[in-house]
Each structure stands twice: as C-alpha cells, then as structure tokens.
Design a protein around this ligand. Structure first.
Ligand code: UDP
Length: 474
C-alpha cells in the first residue's frame, strides 16, 4: 500500500562497481525525498554496497536476485571486477538471464513500481516494464561526450553501427566529439565495442545501448549543462524532441557516509597520509575492470620511482590468475621506494584517500567515477585511459584543460617510464604545472559541492514526480 504522491522506484544497474556506486547514490537521493526505492542486484554485489544511512534504511529496499550460473563463469563471479576483461561478455550473458526473476519481481511487487531506472546492459528490460505500465528511465553513468560518441539509438537497434567499419575513420560521423588525431584511441574503443559482437550468443553493447535509450521515456545523465553544454545539447538533438535528456549532476561521494563499508584499512592509510606534506602525494589507481600488463606495470613503477614524488598506488591481483601483482613489480622496487611510496593491494577507500589534504594529484584510468571524484576534491589529473569509455573521458578532460595525458605510441599503445616521471613532476611539483593545479582546484565546486549537485538532482527527482503515471491509491 502506497501513500499519495510517494513513488516506488526500482533501480537496476549493470554488474560493475562503476555502475553500482552511482546507482546507489542516486537511490539515496530519491529516498531523501521520501520516496521508496528497490535497489536490485545480485547477492555479492548487494554486500559490496556502502551502508545505507539509518534515516533512509526504511526507504531503500535491497533486493538480491541470484545470478544464474553459466559454464566458464566462476561461481563467485558477480561483477566485472571478478572476471578478466576478456570474460565481460560472458558475465553479460548471465546478466541477461536475470530477465525472468526481474519480471517476476516487477509483476508481483506489493507496492506497484512507478519507475524503473536501468542501465545500458539491460536492453531487455523496457518492454517488460511497459507491460506492467511502469515508466522507464535510462540512466547513463557515462559522460555526455561519451554517450554522444555512441550516437543516435535508432540505427544501433537495427544493427547499423558505423563502428563495424571502424578501420576507416573517414566514416566516423559528425556527432563524434573527437578529432582525427585521436584515431588510435577511437580505434581501441571501436575494437572493444565490436568484441561484443564476436561472440554471437551475446547481444553487442551497441545494440544494448540502442534499445535501452530508444525505449526509455527519459535519459538521465551523470553530468551538468554547465560542464558539458555542447554534448548535452547534442544528445538532445540526436535523440529528438520526444526524449528528454536530463542531467542529474555528478553524484559526488558522501565521505561521511562511507566510513564503515568502503573504508577498510582507512585508519592505517590515514596515518601514513597524515605524515605527508599538503598536496604532495599522487594517488594512482586504474579502477575495477582494467588490468595492467606486465609492461605497463613496469613502466608505471619505474616512472613513479624516477619522479621522486610521494605516491599511493592501488593495485589488485588480476582475476583468475594465480600470480600476485607484487611478483610482477620490478625487482627491489618496493624496498627502494619505501617511506616515499605505498603500494596498496586490493580495494582502497578511494574517495576518502582523494579527500585527504596530503593528496595533490591523481593518475587515473579515467573511469567517469574516478574523474569525478578526483575533480571533486580539486586534484590535478594525469590521464591514463585503458579500456571502455576511458579514452573518451580522457579526451574530454584534455579538451577542457583538466589534466595531462600520458602519451602512448599509436602502433601498440605503449608508453615510457620517462613520460610518466615527467608528467608526474609537471603536474605535482614544477612551476610550469601551476596553472593546471589552479584549474583543478577550480573544479571542486562543480564536481564536488554537495549542495550544488543536489540542486541539479532535485530537478531530476521532480521529473520523476511530475511524469509518473497517475495511480489509484487506496
Ligand atoms: N573504487 C574504490 N576502491 C578501489 C577501486 C575502486 O573505492 O579499490 C571505486 C572508485 O572510487 C570509483 C569506482 O570504484 O567510485 C570505480 O569506478 P570508475 O568509473 O572510476 O572505474 P571502473 O572500475 O568502472 O573502471
């Protein structure tokens, strides 16, 4: 039974930390307005979420749907962080099998859902929701520029994707927000998007995007009109008049609410950071999906060593590998940098570390979450994109003067320790990097200010309230 005007919103993200986290923050914003949320994921992912603040606990219902098991998918694999990058599509196949339990949930929920907010991966969800008369919102965790690169949804649905001819960059349509000198990176992205179609039993990502956008009533994006007016407006243009594109702000992390769950080892980390000088430390992390190759690991390590700058480096063991990432580091590296540099294995309380005064810079893989977190704390960015949308985010960062990118060699994507050392010194210590550091600090309000972002988010919640279908209330 539902009170008048109170919405029931179902939230269903793709199984990746970079999606679960923003969808969870979005859920908290909705609950803060007194609406109820059913946040749906698999058991292990539900356990990975930060704690729900007590004043919202009666409004956010965490729903676990077990992930159907598939051959070749390890039993405990429930998120993209649990499988090697090459197995992401297999995880999507298991994810697609959630259609039936999710349909059951939507159809049998005691309080009828008004909205379902979903991700690009669940291209099968909109028709199910429509059947139950539930409104459909597509939420893009990506930057507007990145979504613009994906293009208008209609041709994608029909399997017409310019990227299938990605070798030929004269075919890149005009809505692609990037210049031809980035052909190497575009090529990498295109290769990735194509990979999904190589395995015929899995729906290609481009088709997923196509359906997810096409069949939504509104597209929410994690950005603002102020930051990306050109790309937000371009999306409005290519999606057409019938499809509102509503920026919901950047969903900055709420540090004070993170303490319990995400902040494993925080006490020890803080102790080390407290001993460092203000703005002196560079934080290095590549997110939850990309894995550094042996060569990349070596060059990064030796570059950091050469730079002489204090660092905090987060590494994780490659999934499904028996080798520890520590064994892959250059011989004697950990001993040589002792005192100046920390290598942290496993999950790190990233937002909290970035919030610490001693941290001045962030060498990032350019996941959209990471870029937002870095900029939200005014940290200077060194851009080091690896897969997915990261190249596009790096390009966006470059264009807007928010960071410097580690140059890669076009033929094979390799880079050198010298360029790492040089850029780390430029961004962190050299006088010539001062304007970059100032610019980074200027970004704090836009990306990190909670009130400012909540104001943008208010509009998106108003959209949900004003456009939900009228229901009979008892
Ligand atoms: N994260 C974290 N600790 C880790 C690894 C990741 O807190 O050890 C968080 C990070 O702060 C960010 C998210 O997980 O919020 C990763 O998302 P992002 O888009 O940056 O990268 P992805 O993992 O999707 O490549």
């Amino acid at each position: 039974e539902k009170k008048n005007g109170v919405l029931h919103v179902v939230v269903f993200p793709w199984l990746a930390m970079g999606h679960l986290i923003p969808f969870f923050r979005l859920s908290k914003l909705i609950a803060q307005k007194g609406h109820t949320v059913s946040f749906i994921s698999t058991p292990r992912n539900i356990l990975r979420l930060p704690k729900i603040p007590s004043h919202l606990s009666s409004l956010i219902n965490l729903v676990s749907l077990p992930l159907p098991r598939l051959d070749n998918l390890p039993n405990d694999a429930e998120s993209s962080a649990d499988v090697p990058y090459s197995k992401q599509q297999l995880l999507k196949r298991a994810f697609d099998l959630l259609e039936s339990p999710l349909t059951d949930f939507l159809g049998s929920s005691e309080s009828k859902p008004d909205w379902v907010i979903y991700d690009y991966a669940s291209h099968w969800l909109p028709p199910v929701a429509a059947r139950f008369d539930i409104s459909r919102a597509f939420f893009s965790c990506f930057s507007a520029a990145c979504l613009a690169y994906i293009g208008p949804p209609a041709p994608l649905v029909n399997g017409q994707d310019f990227r299938t001819n990605a070798e030929d960059f004269t075919l890149v349509p005009e809505w692609v927000p990037f210049e031809s000198d980035m052909a190497y990176r575009l090529h990498e992205i295109a290769k990735h998007l194509q990979r999904s179609s190589e395995n015929e039993s899995v729906t290609p990502d481009t088709v997923r995007f196509g359906f997810a956008i096409n069949e939504s009533e509104v597209v929410f994006i994690r950005s603002s009109d102020e930051f990306e007016p050109e790309w937000v407006n371009l999306l409005r243009e290519i999606y057409g008049k019938g499809k509102p594109v509503v920026p919901i702000g950047f969903l900055p992390p709420l540090i004070d609410e993170q303490v319990d769950e995400f902040d494993t080892n925080w006490v020890g980390i803080k102790e080390w950071l407290d001993k460092q000088r203000v703005n002196s430390v560079i934080y290095i992390a590549v997110g939850t999906e990309a894995t550094l190759s042996q060569e990349e690991l070596t060059e990064l390590a030796l570059g950091l060593e050469l730079s002489g700058v204090p660092f905090f480096w987060v590494l994780r063991n490659p999934p499904e590998s028996t080798q520890s990432v520590f064994e892959m580091l250059p011989h004697g590296f950990v001993e040589r940098v002792e005192g100046r540099g920390v290598v942290h294995l496993g999950w790190a309380p990233q937002a909290r570390i970035l919030s610490h005064d001693s941290v001045g810079g962030f060498l990032t893989h350019c996941g959209w979450n990471s870029m937002i977190e870095g900029l939200g704390f005014g940290r200077v960015l060194i851009l080091f994109p690896m897969v997915n949308d990261q190249g596009l985010n790096a390009r966006l960062g470059n264009n807007k003067g928010l960071g410097v990118e580690i140059p890669r060699i076009a033929q094979d994507g390799s880079f050198t320790r010298d360029s790492v050392a040089k850029l780390v010194r430029f961004a962190m210590v050299e006088d010539s990097g001062e304007s970059l550091r100032i610019r980074a600090k200027e970004m704090k309000g836009l990306f990190g200010d909670r009130n400012r972002n909540n104001q943008i988010a208010d509009e998106f919640i108003r959209f949900l309230e004003e456009n939900s279908p009228p229901r009979l209330t008892i």
